[in-house]
Design a protein around this ligand. Structure first.
Ligand code: NAD
Length: 294
């Protein structure tokens, strides 16, 4: 972390209209958080049912605020109009900042980022919510890499205060500034970090998941490990956290980390996490992971 996040904001253009690509666990959460704090956001996906899921999640979170008497039903209805679901790039011309939150696959992200760059204005800031993929790597195919940086939220978005703003080699101060300002407008605490696979938090978290997986492969009971880690003081154990993150996302992110740091992160054979993924136990997103959900 070189400069304080706040130093960048002086160079930032105002962020009034935003968009998120992907209405999944993270995209839905980002849309809710932005809408809740008053910045309008387009939520684009390629599937109707994904959009429905994203909206359902946002409605559920707003309804909880109403239950807790933090919002009236009228305020909830008004805030919900800040989320505009779409399957097309029709209204992207006026967007100041885009958060890409599609699947953790470099090829898919390359295609989506190139596509959206052609749909937005020259000054629009593009950001990626990638968990692990290097920002320099994703910037390679972009025409305006200076307008691109990482904006890494944590799951669940409405609860987790931190946002990593990742500066690539070509990222301008203005792009970092706009992203920092948007994170702050969303009520988050941004930190500016340098680029590498996994950035800062996941360079700590993924070795921890690896250690947990190895314990399970050696016969440890995952529920027992979770209970022990809760007693240790973590809000949830690793198995439950993996279910929240999504086993597919964890596997794809770990592949990127293993490619970036082969001596530390690459493993021979299948890990327990990989076996879960192979058996389509993806976690809370499909109601079965280490635990079963209804
Ligand atoms: P997810 O599988 O829940 O959602 C991904 C969504 O992207 C799906 O709705 C899918 O239909 C959509 N999508 C796929 N291709 C698309 C395209 N071309 N255009 C628009 N939408 C498209 O995944 P997620 O957990 O929300 O993860 C999204 C990103 O956020 C990944 O890069 C992931 O690494 C990152 N992330 C995830 C977590 C986490 O805990 N799950 C935390 C931080 C960051």
């Amino acid at each position: 972390v070189k400069k304080k996040a706040s130093n960048y904001e002086k160079q930032a253009q105002p962020v009034k209209q935003t968009a998120v690509l992907g209405a999944g666990i993270m995209g839905g959460g980002i849309a809710y958080q932005s809408a809740s704090k008053g910045t309008p956001i387009l939520m684009k996906d390629i599937k109707d049912d994904a959009i429905e899921l994203g909206l359902k999640e946002a409605r559920k979170l707003f309804a909880k605020q109403v239950e807790r008497k933090k919002l009236t039903t009228e305020q909830m209805a008004e805030k919900l109009t800040n989320i505009r679901p779409t399957l097309s790039y029709g209204d992207f011309g006026n967007v100041d900042l885009v958060v890409e939150a599609v699947v953790e696959n470099p090829k898919v992200k390359d295609a989506v980022l190139t596509e959206v760059e052609g749909m937005v204005g020259e000054n629009t800031i593009l950001t990626s919510n990638t968990s692990t993929i290097s920002i320099n790597r994703l910037a390679q195919n972009l025409k305006r890499p200076e307008n691109f940086c990482g904006m890494h939220f944590f799951n669940p978005v409405h609860r987790m205060p931190l946002v990593e703003v990742i500066r690539g080699e070509k990222t301008s101060d203005a792009a970092v500034g706009a992203t920092v300002a948007y994170a702050r407008a969303m009520g988050k605490t941004p930190i500016v970090v340098n680029d590498c696979p996994g950035f800062l938090v996941n360079r700590v978290l993924f070795p921890y998941f690896g250690g947990f997986s190895f314990l399970v492969e050696q016969g440890a009971d995952f529920q027992h490990v979770d209970k022990v880690m809760e007693k240790f003081g973590w809000p949830m154990g690793p198995a439950y956290l993996l279910d929240v993150v999504g086993l597919d996302t964890a596997v794809h992110a770990n592949e990127v980390m293993a490619e970036g740091f082969p001596d530390r992160m690459a493993r021979e054979g299948k890990t327990a996490i990989q076996v879960m993924y192979d058996n389509e136990r993806l976690g809370q997103k499909n109601d079965k992971g280490f635990y079963a959900y209804e």
